[in-house]
Each structure stands twice: as structure tokens, then as C-alpha cells.
Write a new protein. Structure first.
Length: 256
């Protein structure tokens, strides 16, 4: 008879099999089960996945988030949404420390995959207009903010692709309104993190905010208003803040 440890090892191997995502999707789905016993067992198994195989668990969460069947399948959509939530919870511990490190068995290749796939997910999911896709985009956005907060500061930039992606999304003609809104939200949320790195781009940012405050879509305008307030508040000099004074009428117009 197999021991409990052997059973757990075999179950983990099945759940983290890169060739078969279905068992992992079932696990995620059961985390919200109304049956207490089933939900509790799945919570324990998922926690075991995280603590023993964090790198593989993160990769499976990414696959669930990026699962193409979510476009047609309701269960896959729910799993994608839950995966974004679990991914955000998995990249930092209770003390707020970044967990995607070599010390925790997460290779630099996996971290790079996380960053790339998160941006791909934002770009693709924001193109869809259904309510579920919008919810997935919002939750993916929160993961991007969390990863960026642990990857960028005044001394280092371990996500050099993020700023070009954000500038391109806001100013690009082919970006959806949802993507523009999402990226403006990220700008606002990361204003303290990105502050020093945005200073060489103040003129570009001014133009972007000016255009976004006049956008036809109300959600884009509101996100731009929030981003402008957060960013200007974080500027250290009066001269820098004064450069954005001419945006005030547009900001007030958005509020009205």
C-alpha cells in the first residue's frame, strides 16, 4: 500500500504535469466548492503545491490564466479568474516579501515567463468586451502591479519591458479602450514606484494624460484622472508639478 507521502507525491506530479492542465483546473475550480470537505482538501493540496513546487505551481497558474478555452468555456473562465487571484497571492508571502526567487525554487526563466505572459494576457483579454474578460483583466492588472512593485525601484529595473508596453498601450491606435484604462490604472497605482523612472519622460507623459483626459470613453478619462492625481502628487519639485497645471481644466471637466 502506498504511503501518504507517496500518494501526495503522485498527486502533485499529476497536478503539475505540463502536458495535461485539466487536473490543475479541476483543483482550482474546487477551491470555491460549496462542499466544505472538498474545498478544504483542495486548499491543503494547493498550499502543498506552493510550498514544495512553487515554480511549477506558478507556471500552471499562468497556463490556467492564458488557457484559450476560456473564451468559450465558463468553467475555464472561472479558473482563469481564480488563477490570477492565486498568482497574486503566490508572488509575495505574508510579510510582503517577493517569493519568486531562486531560493524558493523559482528560476529566472520562470520569473521572465511570468512578466511576459502577464503583459500578453492584458493585451489579449482586454480586447474582449464580455464581463468575465473584463474581470480577468482587472485581476491580471493587480498581479502586474504586485510584480512591478517587487521588480522596480530607484536603483533597479528588473522589468524593463513594462514601461514601453504601458506607453505603447496608452498612445497606440490599435490598443483597446479597456487596455488604455487598465494601463492608466497601473500608472496611478505604481506612481511612487515608477516616479524617478518617469521623470525623463515627463513631456511624453503630459501628452498621454492630456489625450487620455479627452478620450471618448468615460472609463479611460476617469482612469487618466486618477493616474494624473497620483503621479503629480508624487513629483518632488514645484517646477515639475507646474508643468502639469494646464491639465487641471480637463481634470475638472472629467469630474463634472
Amino acid at each position: 500500500m502506498a504511503s501518504n507521502n507517496e500518494e501526495e507525491t503522485n498527486e502533485l506530479r499529476t497536478l503539475l504535469d505540463e502536458q495535461n492542465l485539466h487536473p490543475f483546473l479541476e483543483l482550482i475550480s474546487n477551491l470555491t466548492s460549496s462542499e466544505n470537505e472538498k474545498r478544504t482538501r483542495c486548499e491543503k493540496i494547493f498550499e502543498l503545491c506552493k510550498t514544495t513546487q512553487l515554480g511549477f505551481t506558478v507556471k500552471q497558474l499562468l497556463r490556467a490564466l492564458r488557457n484559450p478555452t476560456k473564451v468559450q468555456d465558463e468553467k475555464a473562465r472561472q479558473s482563469a479568474e481564480m488563477s490570477a487571484v492565486l498568482l497574486r497571492r503566490s508572488i509575495a508571502n505574508r510579510e510582503g516579501e517577493f517569493t519568486l526567487t531562486e531560493a524558493n525554487g523559482v528560476t529566472s526563466e520562470v520569473v521572465s515567463m511570468v512578466k511576459t505572459e502577464l503583459l500578453n494576457a492584458l493585451r489579449e483579454d482586454s480586447m474582449r468586451t464580455d464581463t468575465a474578460s473584463k474581470s480577468i483583466t482587472n485581476k491580471t492588472r493587480d498581479v502586474v502591479i504586485e510584480v512591478a512593485a517587487h521588480s522596480i525601484d530607484d536603483e533597479r529595473d528588473e522589468w524593463p519591458e513594462l514601461l514601453p508596453f504601458m506607453f505603447g498601450a496608452i498612445s497606440g491606435n490599435d490598443a483597446s479602450d479597456k487596455l488604455k484604462e487598465t494601463v492608466l490604472f497601473i500608472f496611478g497605482a505604481l506612481s511612487n514606484v515608477l516616479g524617478e523612472r518617469l521623470k525623463p519622460h515627463l513631456a511624453t507623459l503630459h501628452s498621454i494624460l492630456q489625450a487620455s483626459l479627452q478620450h471618448a470613453n468615460n472609463d479611460v478619462r476617469l482612469a487618466s484622472l486618477s493616474a494624473a492625481c497620483s503621479f503629480v502628487e508624487g513629483l518632488s519639485s514645484t517646477e515639475e508639478r507646474n508643468a502639469f497645471q494646464d491639465l487641471l481644466p480637463l481634470m475638472l471637466q472629467t469630474l463634472g
